[in-house]
Design a protein around this ligand. Structure first.
Ligand code: ATP
Length: 306
């Protein structure tokens, strides 16, 4: 038992390390001028404004010397629509997001936004088109105002307040003694998880980009704040090309389009109701893997095998 257990544990630890690094890079995506590993093409042009149609065209990808993670993938994300990526752990969902944010370049094929190959555009113009709201809300040392406006330094006070209102953050901010001037502490340690999340949602409202990338939390906040955040995120997604890695039934059921990824390939796609009627991969995930929107009691019952 020890023999099999030890390496598995070591692997799990490695995986946590990888994840932590990626979250770091994605948070920085909003403020960095360029991804860490890539260079901008010398003749790069600005990505022109457009509706935000994203395409993966025959995309093949593996991480450094690793196995193929995406295999000749063709996939479209329609402007103004919410697409939920679902599939087993390690299937390649996060990798798709990484390539769209151009944290890596594909080995073969290309990723386009409104028909433009993203490896040929300036990082700054690409970054401006995309907002990322992740599982681990990241805040920088400084005030709440600064954290909402980050990457958007020319924002006015009223724009910041509007964004906070849209994110259902204005209320709690005003209840703090220093309001928008409150110091969030190191990585937001003076705030609750839900408050931090609201601030990152406000940041995304202020950026107002056509493309929104969401990595849904697996761990739940307290259910009251979670319902509020979910509504705010729904408002945020409205009218944008939204891609979400979904872990919850409600998110998946509310999406316009579901894409099931298994082993680096698209195995099924379509509107949720249609996929439920098929006796396929989505139906199996739906039944066995997605998390219900349960309160603590239901979760406990579920964990205990009901
Ligand atoms: P999960 O639901 O667990 O997040 P996923 O579907 O998002 O899984 P990916 O994170 O895209 O899957 O991972 C696909 C494969 O690539 C996995 O085998 C994973 O271990 C590997 N991988 C992911 N990120 C990296 C990285 N930064 N460096 C090396 N390998 C990676």
């Amino acid at each position: 038992l020890l023999l099999t257990y030890e390496p598995a544990k070591r692997l799990a630890r490695m995986r946590v390390q990888i994840e932590a690094n990626m979250v770091g890079v994605r948070m920085l995506f909003e403020i960095l001028d360029h991804p860490i590993e890539l260079k901008e093409a010398p003749d790069a042009v600005d990505l022109p404004a457009g509706p935000g149609l994203i395409r993966l065209e025959q995309v093949g990808f593996s991480y450094r010397n690793g196995p193929k993670v995406l295999k000749d993938m063709d996939l479209s994300f329609e402007p103004g629509k919410v697409t939920a990526l679902v599939g087993p752990s390690g299937a390649g969902k996060s990798t798709i997001l990484n390539l769209i944010m151009r944290l890596y370049d594909p080995e073969s094929g290309r990723v386009t936004i409104d028909g433009h190959d993203i490896s040929k555009v300036t990082f700054k113009s690409l970054r401006r088109r995309i907002s990322y709201v992740g599982q681990d809300p990241f805040l920088f040392a400084g005030t709440i105002r600064h954290n909402i406006a980050i990457g958007n330094e020319e924002a006015s006070e009223s724009e910041i307040v509007e964004a906070a209102k849209a994110a259902s953050a204005h209320g709690f901010i005003m209840s703090l003694p220093n309001g928008y001037d409150t110091d969030v502490g190191e990585n937001g340690r003076n705030l609750s998880g839900g408050q931090k999340q609201r601030i990152t949602v406000a940041r995304a409202f202020l950026r107002n980009s056509e493309i929104l990338i969401l990595d849904e939390a697996t761990s739940s906040l307290d259910s009251e704040s979670e319902a509020g955040i979910r509504k705010a995120i729904e408002r945020l997604a409205h009218g944008r090309t939204t891609i979400t890695i979904a872990h919850r039934l409600s998110t998946v059921a509310g999406a316009d389009q579901i894409v099931v990824i298994e082993d680096g390939q698209v195995v099924e796609q379509g509107p949720p109701a249609e996929l439920l009627r098929n006796d396929g991969a989505y139906r199996r995930l739906y039944t066995y893997q997605l998390l219900p929107d349960a309160g603590p009691l239901e979760s406990l019952a579920r964990a205990a095998g009901e």
